[in-house]
Design a protein around this ligand. Structure first.
Ligand code: SF4
Ligand code: SF4
Length: 340
């Protein structure tokens, strides 16, 4: 079993369209969508979900109002400004001198350029009484560092695993697919990428599939590193623009750092043939093989609108380029040592 990871230095290069065509051409394949921050391979492969699992990427703090003494230590220590003062009835009800009607939105705490959160807290506490101000943790702003829970003198902060997304095993017309959905404003996408990749490899081994085809993340961050480490081959998709050329260099450095063999594909090459030539020269100078070029073709949009891979939608134009690309990538994969 081999593992091919398709990545791009930047978003918008057409990586996912290429992955969909490779999935259609590959035959015995398990596909994994590891672009978990902006997953969209499902739009083309139309998976039917067979299994879904919750994903916990970390922990979040939560204040138990019954145990909290309102000392404010957590607000002082949280460097992410995630501890907010809640005032039943709004800060206006606490007698603070606010000209507009307070909606209790905490904008002042989050946006104050002087970061005088402790003053805001002190004012709210001083003006308290009756229902009084309450401290709470904004689950979006909380980074799960655990400092508040560690130092709370009353032991009033619970620090528990939080569900930050889901992952799925599905059937598609081109075999099984493992994919995921990260919740809004949730982090730890690298950990989720590892889960998706691991499950895809497990499934491929179980079914005797020849290939795990991974749609990786754009950029050079944690999710990309989690996508490529230990893979047999990385295919870097770029486009003939200055940012495409620049970002190809950065992501090629990441692949080299982790010792993952890489090839390059220039997508929409004919939009700027000179730059496409320059990118391929750069790639060869770095010791990267050029797997192929794919021309700009409106058929890509037509295929997308019909939820089809380009090679399922047409046989000419860029579909010919994609078949050539797959032949080169397949040959390179077969030239790498077998994986167990
Ligand atoms: S440190 Fe603990 S007791 Fe003090 S305000 Fe925060 S949660 Fe309440
Ligand atoms: S866990 Fe860390 S980020 Fe979250 S509220 Fe506590 S101190 Fe702030």
């Amino acid at each position: 079993m081999k593992e091919l990871v398709v990545i791009s230095g930047k978003g918008g290069t057409g990586k996912t369209s290429i992955v969909a065509s490779l999935a259609a051409l590959a035959g015995s394949v398990v596909t994994a969508d590891c672009d978990v921050d902006a997953a969209d391979l499902h739009l083309v492969l139309a998976p039917t979900v067979r299994r879904r699992e919750a994903f916990s990427g970390g922990k979040k703090a939560r204040i138990d109002a019954g145990r909290c003494t309102g000392c404010g230590r957590c607000a002082e220590l949280c460097r992410f400004d995630a501890v907010v003062v809640e005032a039943p009835g709004g800060f206006e009800g606490l007698g603070l001198d606010l000209s507009a009607a307070c909606q209790n939105c905490h904008y002042c705490r989050r946006s104050c350029p002087a970061r005088v959160n402790s003053e805001i807290l002190a004012m709210a506490q001083a003006a308290g009484g009756g229902a009084g101000p309450r401290l709470a943790i904004d689950p979006i702003a909380c980074e799960g560092c655990g400092v508040c829970a560690w130092f709370c003198p009353a032991g009033a902060i619970d620090f528990e695993p939080s569900v930050s997304g889901e992952w799925f095993v599905s059937d598609t017309r081109h075999g099984p697919m493992v994919h995921a959905a990260l919740g809004v404003a949730q982090a730890n996408s690298g950990k989720l990428v590892s889960v998706v990749r691991q499950e895809a490899r497990r499934l491929a081994a179980q079914r005797g599939s020849a290939l795990v085809l991974v749609d990786g993340s754009p950029g050079i961050g944690c999710p990309v590193i989690a996508s490529i480490t230990g893979a047999d081959l990385v295919l870097i998709v770029t486009e003939p623009t200055l940012s495409g050329r620049h970002d190809l260099g950065r992501v090629a450095d990441v692949a080299r750092h982790f010792g993952t063999p890489a090839m390059v594909c220039v997508n929409k090459w004919d939009l700027n043939a000179d730059l496409a030539d320059a990118i391929e020269r750069d790639a060869r100078r770095r010791g990267l093989a050029v797997a192929g070029r794919v021309r700009y073709d409106r058929g890509v949009t037509g295929a997308m609108l019909r939820a089809r891979a380009v090679v399922e939608y047409q046989t000419d134009g860029c579909a010919e380029d994609l078949r050539r690309l797959w032949a080169n990538v397949k040959a390179a994969l077969e030239g790498t040592p077998a994986d167990g």
